[in-house]
Design a binder for this molecule. Structure first.
Ligand code: AMP
Ligand code: GLY
Length: 425
C-alpha cells in the first residue's frame, strides 16, 4: 500500500513514521514534507494552498490512502476534490471542517446541539459588538471567526480592551485581514485537555488524551504558540470522565454533523477546558493536533492505516485501538524569537545521538536538508518525543535526548508536564 501525506510539520513526520511501521505499507510519500520526514518518506513539493496542485499530485502518485495533516487544505476542500476523483482520503469535507474553520459556525452548532461551551455572542458589525459586550464580565475572550494559526484569540482584561480588540479584528489591524464575524466569549477557567477522537461519520473512538502547553514561556507565561510540548498518560482522564466527554461532547458532535447533512469523517479534536461545572469545548479542530500527534502516535500500537481506513469505510465500530500503557511526552525546540519573527538556516547537531536515547523519537517540525546537513527552517523546529513506563520516565528521556541537540538560538521549555508531576507529588 502506498500512502500520501499532505503537510510539512512534526505532526506529518509522526504520521509518516507511524504509517511506515505498518506491515501493509510499501511506500510513504509526503508533500511537501521536511528535512526529517525525508528520512522515512519520499518528499515531493506541493503548495498546500493550491487544491488543483494537490489533486494533480495525488492523481500522478496514485496512493491507496491519502492523509491530510493541516487545517488549511481541509478548509479549502481538498477532501471533496479528491473524493470526486475516486481517491481514498482520510479527513473531513470542507463543510465538515467548518467546525474548525469558522468559530461562529462551531459556536452556533454547539448551541443547536446542546454541547457544553462558553457563553458567547457572534457579531457581524461594530454596533452589534458594542451592545453585546455589555452582557459579559471581564476577562472577555475575543476571537476572529476564521483560521488564524493560533493568533485569532485575544483574552481581554476589560470591556474597553475587548472592544478595542474586536474593532482591530473588524478593521484588519490585528490579523492583517478584516474579519467578517467576531466571536465574544465568556472566559473559562481550568485545565485544558486535548481530547482527540477518530470518527467514521457515525461512531467515535477516542485516542489517548493529551495536554498541550500553548504558551511560549515556562509556567505558562507569554504569548500563545502552536504548542511547545505535550504529554499523554492514561491517568490524565478517569474512565468515567472519558465516558462523560464521549456521551456529552464527542458523540453529540458527530451525531449533529450527520443530522445536518455534513457528516464528519476524520479526527475530531475537542479542545476542552475542565471547568468547575464540567468539561466545556474551547474549540474544535478538524485534524490531528501538533504536537499532540507526536506523543499520541508514539503510544499507538495498532496499525495507523487500519484505523484510518476503518473511518473512511464507516467501520470504526468494529475497530479496537491498542495503546502502550504508561506515558509519552514531547518537548518542542523552537527558533529564537518564535512565535514572533525568527531566522532560519542554522545547522542542527546531535540528532543521531538523541535518537539513541531509549524510547526517544525526534520528529522534525521545521527543518530542511542542505547537502548532508539538517538545518532549521521554521519557528517550531523539532519535537523531541519519548515513551516511558511513567510520565517522569518519558519526560526524563525526552529531555535527555534534547540535551544532545544544538542549534543557534535553540529554545525549549523545561517544564513540560510539570503540573501533572506536581499533582502527583
Ligand atoms: P482556540 O484557538 O479557540 O482554542 O483558543 C486558543 C487558546 O486560547 C486556548 O487553547 C485557550 O488557552 C485560550 N482560550 C480560548 N477560548 C477561551 C475561553 N473561552 N476561556 C479561556 N481561555 C480560552
Ligand atoms: N496543539 C494545538 C493544535 O494542534 O491546534
Amino acid at each position: 500500500m502506498k500512502v500520501l501525506i499532505l503537510g510539512a510539520g512534526g505532526r506529518e513526520h509522526a504520521l509518516a513514521w507511524a504509517a511506515k511501521r505498518s506491515e501493509r505499507v510499501t511506500e510513504v510519500v509526503c508533500a511537501p514534507g521536511n528535512g526529517g520526514i525525508a528520512q522515512v518518506a519520499r518528499c515531493v513539493p506541493v503548495d498546500l494552498k493550491n487544491v488543483d496542485e494537490m489533486v494533480r499530485l495525488a492523481e500522478a502518485e496514485h496512493p491507496e490512502l491519502t492523509i491530510v495533516g493541516p487545517e488549511l487544505p481541509l478548509s479549502l476542500g481538498i477532501v471533496d476534490a479528491l473524493q470526486v476523483r475516486g481517491i481514498r482520503v482520510f479527513g473531513p469535507t470542507q463543510a465538515a471542517a467548518r467546525l474548525e474553520s469558522s468559530k461562529a459556525f462551531a459556536k452556533q452548532f454547539m448551541k443547536r446541539h446542546k454541547i457544553p461551551t462558553a457563553n458567547y455572542a457572534v457579531c457581524t458589525h461594530a454596533a452589534e459588538l458594542e451592545g453585546a459586550i455589555g452582557y459579559f464580565h471581564a476577562p472577555i475572550v475575543v476571537k476572529a471567526d476564521g483560521l488564524a494559526a493560533g493568533k485569532g484569540v485575544i483574552i481581554c482584561e476589560s470591556r474597553a480592551t475587548a472592544l478595542e480588540a474586536a474593532h482591530g479584528l473588524f478593521n484588519g489591524t490585528l490579523l492583517g485581514e478584516s474579519a467578517e464575524q467576531v466571536v465574544i466569549e465568556e472566559f473559562l477557567q481550568g485545565e485544558e485537555i486535548s481530547f482527540l477522537c477518530l470518527s467514521d461519520g457515525t461512531h467515535v473512538a477516542p485516542l489517548a488524551p493529551a495536554q498541550d502547553h500553548k504558551r511560549i514561556g515556562e509556567g505558562d507565561t507569554g504569548p500563545n504558540t502552536g504548542g511547545m510540548g505535550v504529554y499523554s498518560t492514561d491517568e490524565m482522564l478517569e474512565p468515567h470522565m472519558t465516558e462523560w466527554i464521549l456521551r456529552h461532547i464527542a458523540e453529540p458532535t458527530v451525531r449533529g454533523m450527520a443530522e445536518e447533512g455534513t457528516p464528519f469523517v476524520g479526527v475530531l479534536y475537542c479542545g476542552l477546558m475542565m471547568t468547575p461545572r464540567g468539561p466545556e469545548v474551547l474549540e474544535y479542530n478538524a485534524r490531528f493536533g501538533d504536537p499532540e500527534t507526536q506523543a499520541i502516535l508514539l503510544r499507538l500500537e495498532s496499525d495507523l492505516t487500519d484505523v484510518l481506513e476503518a473511518c473512511i469505510d464507516g467501520k470504526l465500530a468494529n475497530t479496537a485501538m491498542r495503546w502502550t500503557r504508561g506515558a509519552a511526552a514531547c518537548v518542542v525546540a523552537s527558533s529564537a524569537g518564535y512565535p514572533g519573527g525568527y531566522k532560519t538556516g542554522f545547522p542542527i547537531t546531535g540528532l543521531a545521538r538523541a535518537a539513541q536515547v531509549p524510547g526517544a523519537q525526534v520528529f522534525h517540525s521545521g527543518t530542511a536538508r542542505v547537502g548532508s546537513q539538517i538545518v532549521t527552517s521554521g519557528g517550531r523546529v523539532l519535537g523531541v518525543t519519548a515513551l516511558g513506563d511513567s510520565l517522569p520516565e518519558a519526560l526524563g528521556r525526552a529531555y535527555q535526548a534534547m540535551a544532545e541537540i544544538q542549534f543557534e538560538g535553540m529554545y525549549y521549555r523545561r517544564d513540560i508536564g510539570h503540573r501533572a508531576l506536581e499533582k502527583k507529588a
